[in-house]
Every structure is written in C-alpha cells, then in structure tokens.
Write a protein that binds this ligand. Structure first.
Ligand code: G1P
Ligand code: ZN
Length: 543
C-alpha cells in the first residue's frame, strides 16, 4: 500500500454553514471536492498523528463512497484508529456519544440533516471536536481558510474496507474498528431514563407511533423502543434507512411528517407520536390530536426534568436559541436558574454545557438536548417525554395544558419562505437593518415596538462575539417578531420569520396559533415587505 500525494486546486465555496459544509451531491462528486475539504480538516488538527477519530453518517446517497475516501485519507494522514459505525451509519447524537465515550480526538459526520437525499439531493460533512460537539466557529473558519489555499491531499492506495461486520481491521498503519452504531447510545439512554417505568407504560396499553422517515434512527428506535422497552413491533414505522430516504423530506414537522400527523389525528390514533430527521438529532412530539411546539417541549421537559433519573438532582441552567420562544425562560425564572439566549445553531450551546452552566437546551427548529452529549438528540427527547408520561399518567395534551395554566402560553409560529432569490433576501434584510433606529419606539398599527436590533451574542465563557444573528422586534406587550436567513440551505435563500406572543390568561389558551398571532403575522409582512421583496404570497412551510 502506497501513500499518494495528489495535486489539487482550492475551491472557493467550502465555508461551513450553521452545521457543516452542505452542498448538492453533484458538487461533492466533483473531482477533489470532498478530498480538499477533508484534507483541510486534517490540516487544522494539531494532534492528529496516532489519534482516534469517529466516522459515520445518516446513510444518505454517497455516504458509502465518501466513507471509503475518508478512511483512506485518514490512514495517509497518520490517524491511529478510526471508529466507524457498521454500514457507515451513525446518527449525529450517537456520533457525539461515541466521541465522548471513547475519548476520541473528534469525529467526521456525513449528513445534510433533514435535507432531501439521493443523486439530486444534498450531502454534507461536519467535523465534531473531542467534547462530541460541532467544531466551534474559530475552527470552522480555519478549515475554510485552509480550503482556500490547499494544494495537495494525501490518500492511501488500498481496497475499500468492508463495513458490514463489527470488528477490527488494518488499513495501512491505521486500525479501522467497525462498531455497532446503536450500542453505546442505547446504554447512555438507559442510564438517563427510567426504562422500567416506560416498559410498564407500554405494557399497560399505551400506544406510540415513531416515524423514522426512512432515515438513520430506524435501527436506534427498534433497539430501544421495541427491543429494550417492549413497544409493539409496528410502533416504529419507516424504520429502514434508505439512501434517498424513500424520496421523502426527513424533517419532522407538520408539513414534512404529514403521514404521522394524519395518523395522530385519526379516530384510532395512538397516544403518542414522534419523528426524527435524517441524522436523528431533531424530534417532533405529538399527542392525540395535539402538536407540541419545540419551544413548549423544552419548557415542559425543563419544568419536569427531575422525573428522569439522569436529571434527579435538578438543572444548572437552561439555554435556548434566540428565535426560540421564551417559554423556557419562565421555567428558569421559577426554578431560580439562569436561562441563556444564544444565536441559532447547536454549536453555541457547547461552551455553556462544557462549563456546567446549563443542563438542558433547545431550539425552536425541533432540537432539544442536554449535557449528556454535545448535539441535539431526537430519540433522547422522545424518551424524556415517555419517562414524563410514565410518571404523570396524563395525556400529552393535558401535560402541555397544565404547563400553560401554570406558566402562561407562548403562542408561537415560524414561517419559512424557501428557495427565494438570494439578492432579494439580502435586500430585505439590509432594508430592515437600515430601518431599525426608526422602528424602535414606533407603533405600526398601534403595536408599540420597545426594542429593534440585530442580535449580537457574546459567549459568556470565552467572550467570543457573533454579530448579525437575526433582526428582533420586541413589542411592549412581550410579543416578538424575528427575521433571519437560513444558514443551512443549498439553493437560493430561505427567509425565516418567527412570530410569538405571550398569553397569561388560561381562558384564552385554546386558540389556534395562526389565529392567535394573526395581527403580528400581518405586521411581520408589512414591516419587512416580504411580499414586495420575494413576490411570495405565503410561506412554504409553517411550523
Ligand atoms: C436550521 C435551524 C437551526 C438548527 C440548524 C441545524 O438552521 O434553524 O436552529 O440548528 O438548522 O439543524 P438555519 O437553516 O435556520 O440556519
Ligand atoms: Zn439533523
């Protein structure tokens, strides 16, 4: 076996976004494209020689080929040991768990999360560091800088490594250890939640439908929900990971997980419904005819955290991304613990978790997690809910309504305008930015704006600053509109508009969110000129 040094030229578009480098599959398949980025990662890791790395992905199209390239490059770059999920699979939370448990230097995760897959779909690659979390911006910027000047990469000339069976193999000087992608993760879950209690819940006839959306969580859900917890086999649907996710869009929300939503609205609906995304870090929680907003889910879990053995001793603090509703803040207030407001993206929770300042964190975008790993975690959230319901023996809907009665309800919605013209989107945002001074203190349609700014975050741990993290309009009655552009899309721009208002009065908690927020939805368009700039009459996705 020979190490080959390949001459290459830089690409100029390898700057990682909210969550790694995401591009269309055909972009990744250009000669040298994947290799350049992987070598750029390796070049930025100081202690790579002899180190252990973790490798796996969500099983999407090109996962298998990319893994072989990365293995050969790792071997040529002096990596000592590579832990690879069997069949190249590892959910994002499981990868985070494996990195931590095995003391790895880091890991490479192949995923474009919830974006559609297949030859015409998306692919992605992300580097996680030794705490199991996404590389901080400092490192992703260095990787990007490296990708702009790279001139060569190294590759071992060798046959592909079979990944269908667990065990150790050699690839040049490197050990390749194929591991069960589920085992470490399932054990961790068992240490956090009361499996006996949940087993009792199921044996008492409680019915669940978990939709793996033909993505990576199928094997995890089967092992944990069915095999370890005794839920009936047919509780887990679409459980076989497919390279094109069965042609679907594995994003667990009201639009893309329609089949699950329909099942929960039927006469014979199960008691509980849940889904995860392509790489298993997102979750959607449903009750019978009831949708739990991710913001509420974080707040409910925080308020009831001590029901789960892993959280018995209480919470150190909570964090939520800025556009997430302030329902969690109300719980933190009551518990007398801090609540941090971070920019969008899981990487901003890493420092707070490492410093022990927070225990739970979440985002409105169907992401919830805790200090057990350094990624959001879909199945973890499902198990947390099941543990809670096994304890309180209430329905999902009643659990949330009880919570609203106690803390008030934060009516919340997010409107996404997808694939809009990038320049139009930039114009909309810069016009908004330009009018912030004017907006503050004004009262469009009689709704007075108390604060209008462009969110800026100073990390309380390392004091790094992140600017331009979204335009916030805060009204006097605590209603809020937030505008930001997506950092994960691969075609055109996506405008996200987050709208919410607080309702303390329980007699007014029964409205539909779109109805309850109608005034502010209208205002959001009026103020930013969404229709004028984008030509769109309505959002593509409402969650
Ligand atoms: C989206 C979500 C964000 C999440 C990210 C990765 O990013 O809004 O909360 O962390 O996906 O799952 P965006 O496309 O908005 O930049
Ligand atoms: Zn994801």
């Amino acid at each position: 076996m020979r190490i080959r040094t390949v001459t290459t030229l830089p690409f100029d578009d390898q700057r990682p976004g909210t969550s790694g480098l995401r591009k269309k599959v055909h972009v990744f398949r250009q000669p040298h494209y994947l290799e350049n980025f992987v070598q750029s990662i390796f070049d930025c890791l100081e202690d790579l020689t002899g180190a252990t790395l973790v490798l796996g992905g969500d099983g999407r199209y090109y996962n298998d080929q990319a893994i072989q390239v990365i293995l050969k490059m790792a071997a040529a770059n002096g990596v000592g040991r590579m832990l690879v999920g069997r069949d190249g699979l590892l959910s994002t939370p499981a990868a985070s768990c494996v990195i931590r448990r095995h003391g790895a230097l880091g890991g490479i995760i192949l995923s474009a999360s919830h974006n559609p897959a297949g030859p015409e779909g998306d692919f992605g690659i992300k580097y996680n560091v030794s705490n199991g979390g996404p590389a901080p911006e400092k490192l992703t910027e260095r990787i990007y800088a490296r990708s702009r000047e790279i001139r060569e990469y190294r590759l071992l000339e060798a046959d592909d490594v079979p990944l269908d069976r667990c065990g150790q193999q050699r690839l040049g000087e490197m050990t390749v250890e194929v591991i069960d992608p589920v085992a470490d993760y399932a054990e961790l879950m068992e240490s956090l939640f009361d499996f006996d209690r949940i087993r009792e819940l199921f044996s008492g006839g409680f019915r669940i439908r978990y939709d793996a959306m033909h993505a990576v969580t199928g094997p995890y859900a089967r092992e944990i929900l069915v095999r370890r917890l005794g839920a009936p086999e047919d509780s887990v649907v679409n459980a076989t990971p497919l390279p094109d996710f069965g042609g679907g869009h594995p994003d667990p929300n009201l639009t893309y997980a329609r089949a699950l939503v329909d099942a929960l609205w039927r006469e014979d609906a199960p008691d509980f419904g849940a889904a995860s995304d392509g790489d298993g870090d997102r979750n959607m929680i449903l009750g019978r005819r009831f949708f739990v907003t991710p913001s509420d889910s974080l707040a409910v879990l925080a308020a009831n955290a001590t029901c789960a053995p892993g959280y018995r001793s209480g919470l150190a603090g909570i964090a939520r991304s800025m556009p997430t509703s302030r329902a969690a803040d109300r719980v933190a207030d009551r518990l007398g613990i801090p609540c941090y407001e971070t920019p969008t993206g899981w990487k901003f929770f890493g420092n707070l978790l490492d410093a022990g300042r927070i225990t739970l964190c979440g985002e409105e975008s169907f992401g919830t997690g805790s200090n057990h790993i350094r990624e959001k975690d879909g199945l973890w959230a499902v198990l947390f809910w099941l543990n809670l319901l096994a304890e309180n023996r209430r329905s999902v809907a009643d659990t949330v309504r009880d919570h609203w009665r106690e803390f008030g309800r934060d009516y919340y919605t997010r409107h996404d305008y997808e694939g809009i013209d990038s320049e139009a989107a930039q114009r909309l945002m810069s016009e908004l930015r330009g009018s912030l001074a004017e907006l503050a203190g004004s009262a469009p349609d009689g709704h007075r704006i108390r604060l209008a700014d462009d969110f800026r975050y100073e990390d309380p741990v390392d004091h790094s600053i992140s600017e331009h993290q979204g335009i916030r309009l805060l009204f006097e009655n605590e209603a809020r509109i937030v505008y930001r552009l997506s950092g994960t899309g691969t075609a055109g721009a996506t405008l996200r508009v987050y709208i919410e208002r607080y309702e303390p009065d329980p007699s007014r908690h029964g409205l539909d969110a779109q109805q309850a927020l109608a005034d502010y939805i209208r205002l959001a368009d009026e103020i930013a000129g969404i229709r004028r700039h984008t030509g769109r009459e309505r959002p593509d996705v409402i969650t």
